[in-house]
Design a protein around this ligand. Sequence first.
Ligand code: FAD
Length: 512
Amino acid sequence: MTLLMCLTPTLIKSQEGIDVLLPITLNLTVLTDPFSISAASRDFGNITDVNPGAVLCPSTPAEVARLLRFANGDFSYDSESTTSSPGFKVAARGQGHSLRGQASAPGGVVVNMTCLAKTATPAAVVVSADGTYADVAAGAMWVEVLEAALARGVSPVTFTDYLYLSVGGTLSNAGIGGQVFRHGPQISNVHELDVITGKGDMVTCSPKLNPELFYGVLGGLGQFGIITRARIALDHAPTRVKWLRILYSDFSAFTRDQERLISMANDLRVDFLEGQLMMSNGIVDTSFFPLSDQTRVASLVNEHRIIYVLEVAKYYDTTTLPIIDQVIDTLTRTLGFTSEFMFMQDVPYFDFLNRVRNEEDKLRSIGLWEVPHPWLNMFVPKSRVLDFHEGVIKGLLLNQTATSGVTLFYPTNRNKWNNLMSAMIPNEDVFYVVGFLQSAGGSHNFEELESLNDRIINFCNNSGIKIKEYLMHYTKKEDWIKHFGPKWSDFSRRKMMFDPEKLLSPGQDIFN
Ligand code: FAD
């Protein structure tokens, strides 16, 4: 990206489409070149294209605060603007891995959070002397947090599957993966945040200090403030991982075992649990399995049309090595998988956590990374998971001529989430994370995938399955009110408290 200091007043658009001059007295590093504007207008979803008027590449949080105070009508920096109420939109952008323009700011200013991470002093990730937490610039990626922590023998406890996401971006959603059942989402593992509110106030918050802002921002979809620093919990890091994929042809046995494993509390419990589907109408990726077993795995999928893959991992190092055989033995003896279809790899801890990077490389090499991604993610209450499986997986997904991408399917525990936070989950002790991660491209038509998503949602609505969508994008206010349910009044009250001009993260389409 070309970085140019803006030495002339920059023209952007207010919410009402009126021209606004960003005066040079604000002293901001603003980019308006076509490359920067174009890069900030797209995201991973590759579905929307929304141009900002400018991109701010701040070198200090104070620059972001100045921008927001000016947007709120603080004219103390303004000798040149002709408008009385700037009121332009502002969106933080981490890695832009949103699906439908959630990090965009039409006509307004996109704040490139990577710039802040690069200039953070003394570093973007600072591990505490006792190794129990790290202070992290919110624009840093989780892979950077992991690398810095591992250099000290410690690690965050809970991860997204993909590590090249910004800390601020996942904390604005939830940050979920295979460790959630034990440690909760990433939003449950934060001690403290520095936030610049929509009014331009720089506030430190935690469960004790400014809790309203702290809990609002976690899972808050960027609506209340821009996180600039997060204090992330760390724990001892293992060195290696036994990583297993265990195949089931029977859905009930698969979910029964998953649910039992996430309820275990002793030393023999696994550290990571997910699940995914292999379907005969999709690409059957057998690369995890030994070469000599790949044909029989593919045949199993063809025979049953759908195979459920339980994915678990047990971490270890020299001190915990003795327990590993016992764990594997217990899994082998007690799980109800399809006989002789349990496979294991032994990998370094970092490689395990970074496993999706290999998938990214593969997809890039066949041109399937930078394509539209009409992904659909949701949480399904355990009590209705059998109905969901019959209606959605067998009734809709398996009846598609072809599916593309991965379908994730695994349970987690509600008690690891804090209901004071903005994130929404079903009202049951156990619920399933289900992700239809389909990509358009090749023979897969975008409209067909969108239509499938609609039919999945309609099926759930018509059958009374009370799902909660994750990483969703609604365009109607009533859908947001329904999504937040009992939390809507707190959510909109916090908006009035922290961003009364409704400037922040307009791409979420909640208060526009
Ligand atoms: P962006 O797209 O840049 O921003 C997302 C939203 O957060 C926007 O509204 C933006 O304005 C706001 N925002 C960004 N930074 C800040 C900040 N510092 N302060 C306040 N608001 C901010 N999610 C999971 O939970 N688990 C997964 O396993 C997982 N895997 C993924 C794999 C891939 C390949 C992809 C593309 C996405 C995945 N996601 C996953 C989704 C991901 O967590 C979200 O899309 C997340 O928002 C991405 O972070 P980002 O830095 O790209 O955010």
